[in-house]
Design a protein around this ligand. Sequence first.
Ligand SMILES: Nc1ncnc2c1ncn2[C@@H]1O[C@H](COP(=O)(O)OP(=O)(O)OP(=O)(O)O)[C@@H](O)[C@H]1O
Ligand SMILES: [Mg+2]
Length: 529
Amino acid sequence: METTKFNEIELSSQILRAVEEMGFEEMSPIQAKAIPAILSGKDVVGQAQTGTGKTAAFGIPLLQLIDTKERAVQALVLCPTRELAIQVAEEFRQLAMFMHGIKILPVYGGQEISKQIRSLKGGVQIIIGTPGRVMDHMRRKTIRLDHMKMVVLDEADEMLNMGFREDIETILKGVPQERQTILFSATMPGPILEIARTYQKNAEMIRVVKKELTVPKIEQYYYEVSPKNKEEVLSRLLDMYNPKLSLVFCNTKRQVDELTSSLQGRGYFAEGLHGDMKQQQRDRVMNSFRNGKTEILVATDVAARGIDVDDVEAVFNYDVPQDDEYYVHRIGRTGRAGREGRAFTLVVGKEVFKLRDIQRYCKTKIKVQPIPSINDVTAVKADKILDKIQNIIKEEDLSKMINLIDERINEEGYTALDIAAAFLKMSMGDEGKESDEKSLADFGDTGAEAGMVRLFVNLGKKQNVRPGDILGAIAGETGMPGKLIGSIDMYDKYTFVEVPREYASDVIQVMKMAKIKGKSINIEPANKK
Ligand SMILES: Nc1ncnc2c1ncn2[C@@H]1O[C@H](COP(=O)(O)OP(=O)(O)OP(=O)(O)O)[C@@H](O)[C@H]1O
Ligand SMILES: [Mg+2]
C-alpha cells in the first residue's frame, strides 16, 4: 500500500516534531489527501472511516495556516458535543506543542462563562466549541469573527442536521465571506451535501471510503434477546470477552441511569454519561473512563461521535440505534487507528428488521450469535486462569508450594485434583455462587415485580420470627436501604421476600452467615421451591 510520510508535505518543523513526538509515523489516507488541499486554501469535504485521523487531517493544516503574530481569532472548529470539543482542543494543543505564541481555547456550555471571557481576552487564535456557547459569545461580542479565515464543522452531518442547522447558519453568517469552510465526518448522507453546497465554494470532495462504512477490524455480532434478559446477556458478554474498556450505548437517559446502577450493583466499574448531567460530573466521568478507573461507560449518543479513547475494546448497543449513521459512529469508538475491536448489538423482536436496514446502509455483515450460557462464560474464565497457571508452572520454582500441598493431601485424604479445582473456583470469584446465579438467570417469571427477584426464606422451626426481623436483618447485613426491599410474604410453611435483582446474590451470600434471633437462617432463590 502506498504511504506518505509527514515530511513529504511542506509543514513547519514545529509541527513535524510534534507529529513525531505523538508517535505518528505516516499519514493516514485522509490526511495525505486533505492536508495539501486545505493548505492550498480550498474548501474541503472530507469523509473517512471512524478512527482514521480526521482530527489531525484538519488540525495540522489549520495550525500551519495560523498567523501567530496576529492575536485575533482566525479559526473556528465546531463540534456537536462538549466532550468532543475538549478532546479536539487537546489534540490541537499536542500538535501545537512546539509552536510559540499560539492560543487554542475550547468553549462549551456548562463551563463558567466569565472564565471563558477572561481567557478569550488574552488573545486566542483558534476556538474549538459547541455551537450554542459560541453563539452566546458572539452575542456578547466576546468572540469576534471578523478576522476568521477558516471554519471547520467536525461531524458535519450531525452539525447540519435539523437540530443544529439554525445555530450553524447564524454562526456562518457572522464569518467573513472569503473564509475557508471545511466539513468532516465518517458519514455524509446525500441531503447534507446539498446543504453543504450553500456554505462552501467549489469544495473539493475527498472521500476515503472503502466498500463498507464501518471499520473492517471491528467484528460485529448481534444477539436476539427478550427485554427482561438484556441485562443478564450484557453481563455474560462482559464476563466472557472481558474487554479492557467498554462503551455501552442506550437510547434514553433514563435507560443509561438504570443500567448504570444495575451494573454497579453487579459489581462492575460502570459510570453513566448523558446530557442531563452537570458538566462537572460529565468531566469527572469522562476522565475516569480515559484513565481506566471506569471500565464501562454507559452513555447516550452524546458519546457516539468522535470520542477517542484508547483501549475501548468493545462497544455494546444495549438498544438498537434509531439512525443508521449512529450505528457507524457508535461502534467506531472501538477499532481506532488500526486496532481491533468488537461490537455487540442486543436485538429485541422486530428490531431485527432495523438491524437489516443498518447492515444494508453500512454494507457490512453483522453476524447473529447464540447467547453464551453460564457454562460458556465459566469455561472462558477458567481457560484464561489456566493459561496463566500454565505459565507459572513453566517458569517458576514451585517446590515449596508442592510440599505444602503434599502435606495437606496426606493429612486430609483428598487429591491434588480436588485442590486444583477448589483453587480454580476461588480465583474465578465463583465460590458457592454458581448455583444461585444459574437459577437467578432463568428467573423473572415467578411473579416478582419488574427488576425484583423473589427469594425463599427458610426459617426452619423459628415460629417467633416476624417480617420486620427479616427485613431488618437483610438491610443490616447487606447495607441495602430498607426501602429497596419489596414485599415480604409469610405463609404457614413458606416465607418469601422480594429484593432488587442486583442485590439478590448478595442477600443469599450474606444471609448464609447471618443470624436472626440467635439462629442461622437460609435464603435461596424461590424457584427452587
Ligand atoms: N497518522 C497517524 N498515525 C497514527 N495515529 C494517528 C494518526 N493520525 C491520528 N492518529 C490517532 O488516531 C486516533 C483516531 O484519530 P481521530 O480521533 O482523529 O479519528 P477520526 O477519524 O476523527 O474518527 P471519528 O470519525 O470517530 O471522529 C487518535 O488517537 C489519533 O491520535
Ligand atoms: Mg473525529
